[in-house]
Design a binder for this molecule. Structure first.
Ligand SMILES: NC(=O)c1ccc[n+]([C@@H]2O[C@H](COP(=O)([O-])OP(=O)(O)OC[C@H]3O[C@@H](n4cnc5c(N)ncnc54)[C@H](O)[C@@H]3O)[C@@H](O)[C@H]2O)c1
Length: 141
């Protein structure tokens, strides 16, 4: 559990991003630049490899444009770990962001599976464009 309710946000250090597509890889990048530890999950290693290649390329662009140093790029990359194992991705995560496809049944299953194995105090969030959180969480206890 968080040690205090006042500073709970400061205790969030470990982020899980579920889905490494258009949104997920960018979200993972921004958390890593913000000095959070990131686990990026997807259903396929090739997708994760593509995500890391894109993240690397965005960081190069940041460095070229003076928005990040080479050292910040190196550290951001080192903070992102990828996995196709859901349990590994959310183990120890304080904040879990779902960025899977905009398909209600897929999101419902992700939240159901995550709830079974995540930390009790983890914050669960969705990047959904259209669905109500109450509908996404319908299979949760
Ligand atoms: N693309 C946008 O401009 C945009 C903007 C705002 C919000 N969103 C929302 O963000 C979410 C992600 O959109 P996107 O454009 O990145 O989609 P995307 O299709 O590019 O990426 C979705 C990723 O989720 C992965 N995935 C599939 N099944 C999964 C599962 N069971 N668990 C975890 N990941 C799984 C896919 O392999 C894929 O890599 C959607 O809910 C979308 O509506 C998208």
């Amino acid at each position: 559990m968080f040690e205090s309710t006042e500073n709970w946000l400061e205790e969030v250090r470990n982020i899980a991003v579920l889905g490494s597509g258009t949104m997920g890889h960018g979200i993972a990048l921004m958390f890593a630049l913000g000095e959070y530890n990131v686990r990026l999950y997807d259903i396929d290693h090739a997708l994760l490899q593509k995500a890391i290649t894109l993240i690397d390329s965005h960081l190069d662009s940041f460095v070229e444009n003076g928005l990040a140093t080479k050292e910040a790029k190196r550290q951001a990359l080192s903070r992102i770990k990828v996995t196709t194992d859901l349990a590994t991705s959310i183990k120890n995560a304080n904040f879990i962001l779902e960025a899977g496809p905009e398909i209600l049944k897929v999101k419902q299953k992700i939240f159901h599976d995550v709830e079974e194995i995540c930390r009790q105090d983890a914050i669960l969030a969705s990047n959904t464009s259209t669905f109500l959180i109450s509908d996404i969480g319908v299979l949760c206890k």
